[in-house]
Design a protein around this ligand. Structure first.
Ligand code: ADP
Length: 269
């Protein structure tokens, strides 16, 4: 069977998706980007192919996307993460229905993407200037609270009081504010929910820049954190859809685009 690969080299994590001719995700792998994107991307790809019992001879087309996409020179094509995210999201959300608004939070940026009825990108807004509202902020908060990011969800739902307000607009000052809250005997749980609500408020502002259209979808690594999902839903006052593998949607979209490019190039021969 023929396969297609999408490689998303993000600022924090490398995500690789392998799909078959039916556009089904047959496997994926995530690893840290570290300081050597190119080397780690190859290592991750080798591990994934081994796991799936495939070799590069089984791969017809590879598309790279993400922050470090240009470093992966072996790719047949590279595309922007906005396009790849939109394609992946539309396919990943098939069972959910039509999606019109994508929220993506990555390691060092956050985006809101607006789609038309055909799933094409009509507008997007991006925050890549400030760490507050990104995965890095969640990582730093978890580190200050001496917990793992994977624990943020449980802590959020165990918060007893109203979420604390974290007022600093800069991630660096917000970290100092968190240390201050700990010093004032606030619980880790209430601080975590406060952090989630402070990110959610920023995300809602970002989404408003492109217009909030029903059919809201959220992906990127932080979408694995149900506490953050809960805070964003409450701030938006709307339900949002999270795909099964939220961190790999963009690489999945790149693989789908690869299949379409391959078919287009071969049909026109
Ligand atoms: P990028 O594409 O910019 O590299 P990702 O979409 O891969 O970013 O997201 C990375 C972020 O996802 C990390 O900074 C971390 O905060 C968050 N993350 C990763 N895994 C989890 C998890 N299991 N639970 C909660 N958050 C997670």
């Amino acid at each position: 069977m023929k396969h297609f690969i999408g490689i998303d080299i993000g600022s924090t994590a490398i995500k690789i998706s392998v799909i078959n001719e039916e556009k089904e995700l047959v496997g994926h792998r995530i690893s840290g980007s570290g300081s050597m994107f190119y080397k780690y991307a190859h290592q991750t790809l080798d591990e994934l192919l081994r796991e799936l019992n495939l070799t590069m001879d089984d791969i017809l087309y590879t598309v790279a996307t993400g922050y470090g996409r240009k470093l992966f020179k072996e790719a047949d094509e590279n595309i922007s993460e906005i396009t790849a995210n939109a394609i992946g999201a539309v396919h990943a959300a098939k069972d959910f229905g039509e999606i019109k608004t994508i929220i993506n939070i990555g390691g060092q940026d956050s985006k809101a993407i607006s789609l038309d009825d055909m799933g094409n990108v009509v507008n997007f807004a991006m925050n890549d200037r400030c760490a507050a509202g990104t995965g890095k902020f969640l990582d730093a908060c978890a580190m200050n609270l001496e917990i793992r990011v994977e624990e943020l969800e449980e802590r959020h739902f165990n918060s007893q009081g109203t979420p604390l307000s974290i007022n600093s607009t800069c991630a660096v000052f917000a970290e100092s504010e968190i240390v201050g809250l700990l010093g004032n005997s606030h619980s880790v749980e209430d601080i975590v929910s406060g952090v989630h609500y402070s990110i959610a408020k920023r995300i809602v502002k970002l989404v408003k820049r492109v217009g909030i259209k029903e059919g809201i979808y959220f992906d990127g690594g932080p979408a694995l954190n149900g506490g953050l999902v809960n805070a964003i839903e409450n701030e938006l006052g709307k339900q949002i859809f999270i795909p099964k593998f939220p961190q790999v949607t963009t690489s999945y979209g790149a693989a789908i685009l690869g299949l379409d490019s391959y078919n287009y190039q071969n049909d026109s021969l």
